[in-house]
Design a protein around this ligand. Structure first.
Ligand SMILES: Cc1cc2nc3c(=O)[nH]c(=O)nc-3n(C[C@H](O)[C@H](O)[C@H](O)COP(=O)(O)O)c2cc1C
Length: 210
């Protein structure tokens, strides 16, 4: 491995319950998706900081196919988005400080070229979500993405046009007390594990079974 300048990045092999096979920046081990949140107000500047981090994600053609609708707790759109979540998400996400719907737009017209349909719009929206989540973690906030929602209800809630694919709703908040969660979710309120890297990344070609 090329030498890494330790002044640039602090690599760790363990953070809390998470361990790595090769040291990585603490940034990646520090982030995990809590459900228990305090529901405290989120400063507008912080919310925009998260969206700004997402804005700087990479994307095919630099098309930036991600689109967001954000709503802070107490605003009508927050309740509307909350109402679109499935039961298992709604029981805890009401204590988020903000909900952010992430959508992607596959239609794109590169400068001076014919319109294309991006095959990577969802992939790129996922990169934007990862930027947002890591920025939140760096600032001491937690995020949890949720695909468990009713797309029709969410579309109506935020007036999403049909050409947008609704990807996830993100709950953003400060970590709260696990005791606020339904009993079956309390034990899950900690960083979880990962598949071994050997089952995920392969040198040169895939094995017979992936
Ligand atoms: C696209 C996507 C959809 C998810 N949907 C849900 C969901 O509906 N409800 C939920 O509680 N967690 C959901 N999660 C959270 C994952 O379960 C969580 O990210 C995963 O277990 C890894 O844990 P970590 O984020 O703490 O590292 C989702 C995550 C992603 C990225």
């Amino acid at each position: 491995m090329t030498e890494i300048d330790p002044a640039l990045v602090h690599l760790v092999s363990r953070h809390g319950e998470r361990t790595t096979q090769t040291p990585v920046s603490a940034l990646f081990l520090n982030r995990w998706s809590a459900r228990a949140m305090t529901g405290e107000p989120i400063p507008e500047k912080l919310l925009f900081c998260l969206l700004e981090a997402a804005r700087h994600a990479p994307s095919a053609f630099n098309a930036q196919p991600w689109r967001f609708v954000y709503a802070r707790k107490g605003e009508p759109a927050f309740d509307a988005l909350l109402g679109a979540l499935n039961d298992s998400n709604r029981v805890w996400a009401g204590n988020a400080s903000a909900l952010i719907l992430v959508a992607s737009k596959a239609e794109f017209t590169p400068a001076g070229q014919a319109a294309v349909t991006l095959g990577s719009a969802s992939f790129d929206a996922g990169a934007a979500w990862a930027h947002l989540a890591l920025q939140a973690s760096l600032l001491g906030w937690t995020t949890r993405a949720m695909a468990g929602f009713d797309a029709g209800k969410a579309r109506a809630a935020v007036k999403a046009p049909e050409n947008l694919k609704l990807e996830v709703v993100i709950a953003v908040g400060r970590r709260g007390d696990a005791a606020s969660l339904p009993p079956e979710k309390q034990a899950l309120e900690k960083p979880n594990a990962r598949r071994p890297l050997e089952l995920t990344a392969f040198s040169g070609a895939f094995p017979d079974e992936v």
